[in-house]
Design a protein around this ligand. Structure first.
Ligand code: G3P
Length: 224
């Protein structure tokens, strides 16, 4: 995901650990989403770590849902950035509100990902957190208010002003960082509004993962 492709808005479908994302179902879900082609967006999926190996061979960008700031060595249970890279993972979601990383460790993890050339999507729950993370210059910062995650009201409807402020802030502190938003995104209008507010894409989960026909749901939200 670099060069020309990186400039297209990014849609990351986070599988979390919804039942549809586990084991064979997760692989089928990824396969269905890989069939969706878009000229205007880069589509990425963030499957569970345990299904990743079977998904990185599919024609779709794969992001990890988390990584730890560890190098090779005695770190039981950790998710190694270097191993993700070897598995052909393209990027990593860091500091999701469901998997927070203490700030000093977050800084280290962003550094390790940069070294391995993995795209970083760092989540921030508040504008204050956006400000703290900005100087570390991740590739993307994703504003996701936790109270809207999993709900039917999109962040673009509930908090357009905060998204706009996050975009301004990043232009000021780290112009190379693109802004995403997520939480409750479920329509094409939500994706359009995100772009009008200056975002370079969205993170989305339940509206796609839990849809009866996930590929159709994804096509629908990407329709302009
Ligand atoms: O990482 C994306 C996520 O937290 C948003 O979840 O279900 O509100 O689209 P959802």
């Amino acid at each position: 995901m670099n060069g020309k492709e990186e400039k297209k808005p990014l849609i990351v479908v986070n599988f979390k650990t919804y039942p549809q994302a586990l084991g064979k179902k997760g692989v089928s879900l990824a396969r269905a989403l890989a069939s969706v082609k878009s000229k205007n967006f880069t589509i990425a999926v963030a499957p569970t770590l345990l299904t990743m190996k079977e998904i990185t061979v599919l024609p779709i960008a794969v992001f990890a849902q988390h990584a730890d700031p560890v190098r090779d060595g005695p770190h039981t249970g950790s998710v190694s950035v270097r191993e993700l890279k070897k598995m052909k993972v393209k990027g990593v979601i860091l500091n999701h509100s469901e998997q927070k990383i203490a700030l000093p460790f977050l800084k280290q993890t962003i550094g390790l990902c940069r070294k391995e050339k993995l795209t970083t999507v760092v989540c921030a729950s508040t504008l204050e957190e956006v400000k703290r993370i900005a100087p570390w210059k991740p590739d993307y910062i994703a504003y996701e208010p936790p109270e809207l995650i999993g709900g039917e009201v999109s962040v673009t409807t509930a908090e357009p002003r905060i998204i706009g402020r996050a975009v301004k802030l990043m232009k000021h502190i780290s112009p190379s960082t693109n802004v995403l938003c997520g939480a409750g995104v479920h329509t094409a209008e939500d994706v359009r509004t995100a772009s009008q507010l200056g975002c370079q894409g969205v993170l989305v989960s339940h509206a796609i993962v839990n849809a009866k026909k996930p590929a159709e749901a994804l096509r629908r939200i990407l329709s302009t």
